[in-house]
Design a protein around this ligand. Structure first.
Ligand SMILES: [Zn+2]
Length: 75
């Protein structure tokens, strides 16, 4: 038995698997480690920045190409 894989629920004081995000006995959310929180924050930030890049680059290309197309027309 992998006893060290278990942690104690702070709400109901029963043994819960460390991999579980919620307590199967009382349904309380288990306290997440600081590293886990930081990793999730970094992941969310990474996804948002990637999405922003994918959304922003086509707009920038359009505006740049417009600016390039408009400039030679002017005498
Ligand atoms: Zn519990």
């Amino acid at each position: 038995m992998a006893i060290d894989q278990l942690t104690t629920c702070k709400t109901c004081s029963k043994e819960v698997a460390k991999s579980a995000s919620t307590c199967p006995h009382c349904g309380a959310k288990l306290k997440m480690s600081v590293i886990g929180k930081v990793l999730i924050l970094l992941g969310v930030f990474f996804v948002i920045s990637i999405m922003y890049l994918f959304l922003a680059i086509p707009v920038n290309i359009k505006s740049i190409s417009r600016a390039l197309l408009l400039r030679p027309r002017r005498p």
